[in-house]
Design a protein around this ligand. Structure first.
Ligand SMILES: CC(C)(COP(=O)(O)OP(=O)(O)OC[C@H]1O[C@@H](n2cnc3c(N)ncnc32)[C@H](O)[C@@H]1OP(=O)(O)O)[C@@H](O)C(=O)NCCC(=O)NCCS
Length: 169
């Protein structure tokens, strides 16, 4: 079985995944810095943020691994994707429908491993985690110009809930 042809293995993230996760986040950060340079710059992600996420009971971070080519069953896999999300309750606002939701704020699949079902598998898995905690839906933000994400979320049946408009002063 090659890394390219096999299904990813999903597991909960660990603190020791940080170097691999950092590389994946760099890919997303570089993309966002390109799409929205007034909002993002690539680079400085602190490890403390990762540790905080892992210790947050309302949050979930999952890793996708592909079996290491040539490695045996016991060989550690290659980290190829990460998803992270957090459960949020509706703020106490009488005009809002009270509903528990899961916000996915991170999803990255390594550029050399895309279009093989890993992103879908990661969202399915965090969706199952969120559903088990009473969440009614997953939601996430995409930035204008992210054609890859738009194609992906369209394919997975995510609809656009709102748009944010801006104008320079
Ligand atoms: C968006 C992203 C996570 C998708 O991951 P992926 O592992 O390539 O996606 P999958 O292979 O699971 O694709 C699931 C479905 O979406 C489709 N899809 C994926 N990328 C697509 C694209 N660029 N255009 C059209 N459809 C696409 C796939 O064909 C697949 O459809 P199928 O199941 O019917 O074959 C990945 O491109 C990525 O990490 N991008 C950079 C970071 C980013 O933009 N993250 C999300 C926004 S914050």
């Amino acid at each position: 079985v090659t890394a390219g042809g096999s299904k990813p293995i999903l597991r909960r993230a660990r603190a020791a995944d940080w170097p691999d996760v950092h590389e994946l986040l760099d890919q997303a950060d570089a993309l966002h810095a390109r799409l929205a340079p007034d909002y993002f710059h690539a680079g400085a992600r602190p490890e403390a943020e990762w540790r905080r996420l892992l210790s947050d009971d309302a949050a979930c971070a999952l890793i996708a691994e592909s079996p290491r080519p040539g490695g045996g069953a016991a060989a550690p896999g290659v980290v190829i994707g990460v998803v992270a999300g957090r459960i949020y309750e509706t703020p106490p606002d009488p005009t809002m429908v009270a509903r528990r939701r899961c916000h996915v704020d991170t999803l990255v699949v390594d550029a050399t491993h895309r279009r093989r079902g890993t992103g879908r598998a990661l969202l399915d898995e965090i969706g199952a985690w969120a559903r088990a905690r009473g969440a009614a839906e997953l939601l996430l933000t995409t930035w204008a110009g992210n054609a890859e994400a738009d194609g992906f979320y369209d394919r997975l049946g995510y609809r656009t809930l709102s748009t944010v408009r801006t104008r320079k002063l």
